[in-house]
Design a protein around this ligand. Structure first.
Ligand code: 5GP
Length: 360
């Protein structure tokens, strides 16, 4: 038995130090950067925010909105080949859309078909396996890089330097980092495995950058400030599922629920309030297994949950808020370009992050 004694940190455990800067206005900062990759020869200019490849937010609809802001969308892996082909031939997906694959043969065949028959459409691929420590993941990375040398390849999920290094040297451009921090995830509850997200970013980004790779911080964003902290800690991309789950454009019907309030109207009746929600579910939940596969295999336990998320308005408005927060962050720390954010960030370790006297 071994134990690492140093306390590992999450977004909530830190705040960022403001610094004197020469930036006078938020409009002066550059919130996109030009991404250059270790293996993929293409360059992409964008803001490294990615909607997760979960069934409700990794959708065509969400992708169209993300692209407009030079943000990214990782499409979920349950789309049929024909639907993917229609989408990538009708939209300009080259830069901002990732196609997802797991380890299943069907996934490989689907992606191989697209890369072979539509070579100039979408060549951003995400190999997504909750536990990338299993050998088949590295084998698939090697195979994909060998067969399709020019693809932009993101692979996950990892939380330690050793695996990040191994995957990048095997052919990954970006390693997706985070285990157990997702809002719909219960891995930590049922296995005890995971690592706080900020420390994960520190270690993995440092390793990746040292060998010309990049990382995508995946999961755990609760506030816009957490996106800023993730970039500050060294993440090149930040992926979010739950954050977008309540937007109008996320897949799924709007559910209306009535709540009896403690307030009384002019006739003396208790006022009933209607609230709107969307269903959001973990991709390893039993719900997802039943919906997208043929039920839960006996050897697996559910590692995700189903939640009803309050409706939060349009995705464009959310992205505007994110970019506004990021601009303000960069002004506070004196970073003129997104690329400089991590260099300009100094964290304070804190016991209390927010004043919650009037709520979150
Ligand atoms: P969020 O932004 O909601 O905090 O985290 C999104 C991430 O949670 C996803 O990108 C994915 O890595 C992870 N995730 C999604 N569904 C599940 C699940 O059912 N179980 C686990 N362990 N992680 C999940």
């Amino acid at each position: 038995m071994k134990i690492y004694e140093q306390t590992e940190l999450d977004f909530k455990d830190v705040l960022v130090k403001p610094k004197r800067s020469f930036i006078n206005s938020r409009s002066e900062v550059e919130i996109t950067r030009e991404y250059k990759f270790k293996w993929c020869p293409r360059k992409i200019t964008g803001t490294g925010i990615i909607s997760a490849n979960m069934a409700t937010v990794g959708t065509f609809e969400v992708a169209r909105h993300m692209m407009q802001n030079k943000m990214f969308c990782c499409l979920h892996k349950h789309y049929a080949l024909d639907d993917l082909v229609n989408f990538i031939t009708e939209n300009d997906c080259r830069d901002y859309v990732f196609l997802s694959m797991g380890l299943r043969k069907e996934d490989y065949e689907k992606i191989e078909h697209i890369l072979t028959h539509y070579p100039d459409k979408c060549r951003n691929i995400c190999i997504d396996v909750p536990n990338a420590y299993i050998p088949r993941v590295k084998e698939l990375v090697l195979k994909m890089r060998e067969k399709f040398p020019d693809i932009l390849l993101m692979v996950g999920n990892a939380v330690t330097a050793e695996l990040v290094e191994d995957l990048i040297l095997s052919g990954a451009d970006i390693v997706k980092c985070g285990i157990g921090s997702g809002s719909a995830c219960i891995t930590r509850r049922i296995t005890g495995v995971g690592r706080p997200q900020l420390s994960t970013i520190f270690e993995c980004a440092d390793t990746a950058h040292g060998i010309g790779g990049m990382i995508c911080s995946d999961g755990g964003v609760v506030y816009i400030g957490d996106i800023c902290k993730a970039f500050g800690a060294g993440a090149d991309f930040v992926m979010m599922g739950g954050f977008y789950a309540g937007c109008v454009e996320a897949a799924g019907d709007i559910i209306e629920k009535k709540f009896i309030t403690t307030q009384i109207d002019e006739n003396g009746n208790q006022i009933i309030e209607t609230k709107q929600f969307k269903v959001f579910y973990g991709m390893s939940s039993e719900y997802a297994q039943n919906k997208h596969y043929h039920g839960m295999p006996k050897y697996r336990a559910s590692e995700g949950r189903v939640v009803e998320v309050p409706l939060r308005g349009s995705i464009d408005k959310m992205n505007q808020d994110i970019l506004g927060g990021l601009r303000s962050y960069m002004t506070y720390i004196g970073a003129r370009r997104l690329k400089d954010v991590s260099k300009c960030t100094t964290f304070y370790r804190v016991n209390t992050q927010l004043n919650t006297v009037f709520g979150e």
